[in-house]
Design a protein around this ligand. Structure first.
Ligand SMILES: [Zn+2]
Length: 290
């Protein structure tokens, strides 16, 4: 009799354990999936209303920080504050949105530069992608930082291979995630690099790419000295570990820097000066491409 009474209790405990395991498993997947890029895109169809007077600014910047993949919660506001400070100093206009429906022929035409603030995942519809391509290749500017390489080639080949000039992100070291490394300036004459010396030390989450964007025709501005942070065999790129570079998609201009996981990166004056020069260069106020 006693054994017979215990069985329903054991069954309830088993059901409870299974339910708890399912809940924990689902929650763990929700946390892990964005880091792996396994998320469903959120589709925007109704565009935001743009402020008047964008055309009057010497440079109009579309600040875009939508993340359909991993979200850099500390870096995004820090990068935005840096861009807004730079814009204020220069009298530039910044319109910030996470609404991808702004990527239309009509609305993009009102901007000089798109600032990709750690945008990850697949953020655009096919029509929005087509409008972005037309605008960029007709002379638009793009400046992307760090997680902006998180719109991976499996989502959009043009983004990684043309706009980012071959920046196919493959991963970064963990344990420790943040390491100090030496950044070697490859083109000290470029306006975005001229305030750095021949090299500088910086602590960050260091990205690796499938191949150096140089192989895709991009102009590498800075490389990482791998011996100073030891990325490991799977992430090693060798002597040409590009970390900051420019590309020329059609008649457009594109600048990408993999620096910028820690918010502190954007608080460094020399980093802000680089962003300022990058926005100006991408907005065609000076220099050539490359
Ligand atoms: Zn990161």
């Amino acid at each position: 009799m006693a054994v017979g009474k215990r069985r329903p209790v054991a069954g309830l405990i088993a059901v409870f354990v299974v339910v708890v395991l399912v809940i924990v498993g689902v929650r763990a997947w929700q946390l892990i999936a964005p880091a792996l890029g396994w998320t469903s895109p959120v589709i925007d169809t109704v565009p935001p209303e743009l402020p008047a007077g964008l055309e009057r600014a010497p440079l109009a910047i579309l600040h875009f920080s939508k993340t359909s993949g991993f979200r850099h919660r500390e870096a995004i506001p820090a990068a935005r504050a840096s861009v807004e400070a730079v814009a204020k100093r220069n009298g530039w206009a910044v319109f910030a949105t996470e609404n991808a429906a702004v990527f239309s022929d009509e609305l993009l035409a009102r901007f000089d530069v798109v600032f990709g603030n750690n945008i990850t995942g697949d953020n655009w519809t096919a029509e929005q992608k087509a409008a972005f391509i037309r605008w960029a290749e007709a002379g638009g500017g793009f400046v992307g930082v760090h997680g902006a390489a998180g719109t991976r080639y499996r989502y959009w080949n043009w983004y990684t291979d043309v706009l980012l000039g071959g920046g196919r992100f493959i991963g970064h070291p963990v344990s420790p995630q943040f390491r100090e490394a030496r950044v070697n300036v490859e083109d000290g004459d470029h306006p975005t690099m001229s305030h750095f010396g021949a090299s500088f030390l910086h602590t960050d989450e260091w990205y690796s790419f499938e191949a150096s964007p140089r192989a895709a025709g991009s102009h590498v501005l800075a490389t990482l000295d791998e011996s100073t942070y030891e990325p490991g065999e799977d992430l090693a790129m060798g002597d040409d570990h590009a970390i900051i570079w420019i590309a020329c998609p059609g008649r457009g201009r594109s600048f990408y820097s993999a620096l910028g996981h820690p918010a502190a990166t954007y608080q460094k004056p020399e980093h802000e000066r680089m962003l300022e020069a990058a926005l100006a260069w991408a907005g065609r106020t000076g220099g050539s491409c490359p």
